[in-house]
Every structure is written in C-alpha cells, then in structure tokens.
Design a protein around this ligand. Structure first.
Ligand code: HEM
Length: 403
C-alpha cells in the first residue's frame, strides 16, 4: 500500500506498527507538508500533514464534504455508492444543509445531557464486567466488553431494542472493513436502512424517552410530517459513529495500559489521570484512519500550495496529532499533560457530535475495569495481536485477556 519513495506516495498509507507513525508521514510533514499522493483509482490528491494546515483545511468552507458531488475523491471503493443508498448523512453535507441536519440533535449530546447519563453508563459497564467475570478464561475483551458497552449505550440513547444488535454489529463490522467491495457495501447499506426504517415505524406508534422519539415529535411539530429517510440516516450515523469508534478506543487503551506496567500503576493509583489518559489515547492512535477528505469548490491556499477548484484534499488528523509543532515529543505517550487540543474528533463544523459522550464512556470504562479487575493482563504475546490495518477505523480485532 505504502510507497515511501520520493517520487510517489500511495494513499491510504497502511500502519505497520501500533505505536510508530508510518515514516512517510514524518518525512512529508518535514519536507513537503502539502504533497501530492495517488488514490487507489489513480487520481491525485493533496495530502496535508501539519497540525495547523489540517485545522485550516477542516474549517475552510470552500473545502467541501459533500460526497454527492461526482468529483468527490474515492478513497474506499464503493463507499460513495453505498452512501447514495441513504438520505444524506450530516457528515457529508456542507454549510446551511449541514447546520440544518446537526442543529436539532446538538442538545442530545451536550455536556449537561451527557453528564446525566453517567449513572446509567456506569451501570452498563459494571453489568458487562459482572458477566465477563463469569466466563471461562481467556476472554476476548472485544466481544465480551468493548463492543457491547458502547453499543448498548448508543442503542439506549436512540431508543433501539438491544436484541437486534448482534445483527447490526455484524453488518457494521463488514461495512467498516476496507476490503469490502462495492456490491457488498451497497447490500449492507440497504439492510441497515431497512432496519432503521422499521424502528422509526415502531417509534411512531410507541414513542419513548429517547432521541428518535424526540426527533419525530420535533418534526411533526415543525413540519406536520416526518422525513423518514432523513431520520433513518440520522439514527444510522449515530449508531455507526458511536459504537465502533468507542469500542476500538477501549481495546487500544486497555492494550496500551496492560503493556506499559508503569503507566497502568499510575492510572490505578491516581484515577484523576484517567481523563488525560483518555485524551492522550485519542491523540496517539487517532483511529479514523483516512483523515478527512474534502473537495475544493474554489481555489484555496493551503500552506504553500494553491489548491485549485476541483482538486481533492486529504487532511491527515493522524499526522497532525503527531506534529511536534503542536505536541512535545508526540511519539511518546505522556498522561501527565493536557492534549485536549488534538484533532482526533476532527475540527470545524463537522467536529464529532458525540465527543462528550465518547470521552465520558472511555473515562468510566478505564476507571472501572482497572479498579474492578486489578489482575487483568494480556492472555497472548503482543506479537500475536491482530491490529485493524485493513479497516476504516484503526483498532484491534480481538483482545484476549485473563485475570
Ligand atoms: C470515542 C471515539 C470517537 C472518535 C475518535 C470520533 C471521531 C469523529 C470524527 C473524526 C468526526 C469528524 C469527521 C469529519 O470531519 O468528516 C466525527 C463526527 C461525528 N461523530 Fe464521532 N467519534 C467518536 C465517538 C462518537 C460517538 C460516541 C458518537 C455518538 C454517539 C459520535 C457521533 C458522531 C457524529 C454524529 C459525527 C458527525 C458530525 C457532523 O458531521 O457534524 N462519535 N467523529
């Protein structure tokens, strides 16, 4: 995938090691921070690798996120065709259209609303730990804990029954693999859309105290009718964006702490450091592996380069989060500093809507799991772990543990 020659860099750039950033990013950041790369379909794009430039790209209104545009770059085969099967997700909209889709749900993820979820999230985390402790060891933490926790949290927020979840999780897993082909992506997208449509039907008949029911009520009040495809897309986005990302961060955080005994004992002895551990993990791994893709809708200056209208731009949040101009010793994990200015949740208008929730879930998870299972350890040698270098979101496929 990667060619670290000085004449051509192919994108995506695969991670070979969980800790070190691929050297090509470091070279480009030093020598050519806005440089041409080649996408899988042969098209060229500008890869942006410095922190300041990445933030400038992500907040520039002339760098569009609208994947409905036929000129939008294709980094993952079939992704844009699969997206076309849904009413547009807010994540692919620009300007006023984006604001209209995001505005009605902002309050669902506010600091206050999320803080009120704390006791229930704690209960969910404790419940899955209780269940896991009864299992024969070793246990795959990913299946027993890391996936079901955020999955249940987000399904409760939406008002979705938990029973359908295994079905949903299976589909989402295939969808998020980089290797799934166009037909596969489209087929899964249609199944997911139908699933959500049925759920909305049920909510219309039986409203509850949940995000979907509140959105239905809001639309009925303001417009006299509901936009079902738009609601299905909203629910799907929240579900997809909210469970896999958090699950991968749980696995990576547990793996990192268990393979760094000094860090683990620091976390256990001072739980106040959990918050900075969470942000340092988010920064260090920057799991959305493709960065942010944009299409120039006007000529735009990015660093030293004048990007022309119609050209593709990829802002690497991963590289930005390892930029020494923004973080001292960025290749080291240091839980005794404030790194909340990282761009792991993106930047600008599309900055992660669920970041308060993501942070809170991760803080509760790490505080609880290391306190309740003090003898937790990896059940295999680190070299046997399988990292997701073929997925859209970085992480671990399995995390075998024992205690
Ligand atoms: C904890 C790990 C998480 C990470 C690393 C993460 C990362 C991101 C990133 C990088 C973006 C911006 C994408 C772009 O600019 O194109 C984003 C957007 C989004 N995230 Fe998250 N996210 C996480 C958790 C969550 C959770 C828990 C939820 C909700 C339950 C969520 C919901 C969303 C939504 C709805 C958007 C789209 C916002 C928009 O387009 O305006 N995320 N996330």
């Amino acid at each position: 995938m990667t060619s670290d020659t000085h004449d051509e860099v192919r994108f995506p750039i695969q991670r070979e090691c969980p800790y070190a950033i691929p050297p090509v990013y470091t070279r480009l950041r030093d020598e050519e921070p806005v440089s041409q790369v080649v996408l899988p379909d042969g098209r060229k794009a500008w890869l942006v690798t410095r922190y300041d430039d990445v933030r400038a790209v992500m907040s520039n209104p002339n760098l569009s996120s609208d994947r409905r545009n036929k000129d939008f770059p294709v980094v993952v085969a079939g992704q844009n065709a699969a997206l076309a099967k849904h009413a547009p997700f807010m994540i692919i909209l620009d300007g006023a259209e984006h604001a209209a889709a995001r505005r009605p749900v902002i309050s669902e993820f506010s600091v206050r609303r999320v803080a009120a979820m704390k006791p229930r999230i704690q209960e969910i985390v404790d419940g899955f730990i209780d269940d896991m402790l009864l299992l024969p060891q070793p246990v795959d933490l990913n299946q027993a804990f890391s996936l079901p926790v955020p999955s249940l949290v987000v399904s409760e927020i939406l008002g979705m029954p938990y029973e359908g979840h295994e079905y949903f999780m299976e589909l989402a897993d295939v969808l998020l693999r980089r290797t799934t082909d166009e037909q596969g992506r489209i087929a899964i997208s249609v199944k997911l859309r139908n699933y959500m449509d049925k759920l909305i039907e049920e909510k219309l008949d039986n409203p509850g105290d949940d995000l979907l029911s509140r959105q239905i009520e809001l639309q009925l009040r303001d417009d006299g009718e509901i936009d079902r495809p738009q609601l299905a897309s909203l629910a799907l986005l929240v579900l997809l964006a909210g469970h896999e990302t958090t699950a991968n961060m749980i696995n990576l955080g547990v793996y990192t702490a268990l393979s760094n005994p000094a860090m683990l004992s620091e976390i256990k002895s001072s739980p106040k450091k959990i918050a900075s551990f969470v942000d340092e993990m988010l920064r260090f791994y920057t799991i959305p592996d493709f960065g942010a893709h944009r299409l120039a809708t006007a000529d735009v200056q990015v660093g030293d380069v004048l990007v022309m209208k119609g050209e593709a731009v990829i802002a690497s949040t991963f590289s930005a989060n390892r930029d020494p101009a923004a973080f001292e010793n960025p290749e080291n994990i240091n839980i005794n500093r404030d790194t909340r200015h990282h761009v792991a949740f993106g930047y600008g208008p599309h900055q992660c809507l669920g970041q308060n929730l993501g942070r809170l879930e991760l803080q509760i998870v790490f505080e609880t799991i290391f306190r309740r299972i003090p003898s937790l350890e990896l059940a295999v040698d680190e070299s046997q772990l399988s990292f997701k270098s073929d997925a859209l979101v970085y992480g671990l496929y399995e995390l075998p543990v024992r205690w």
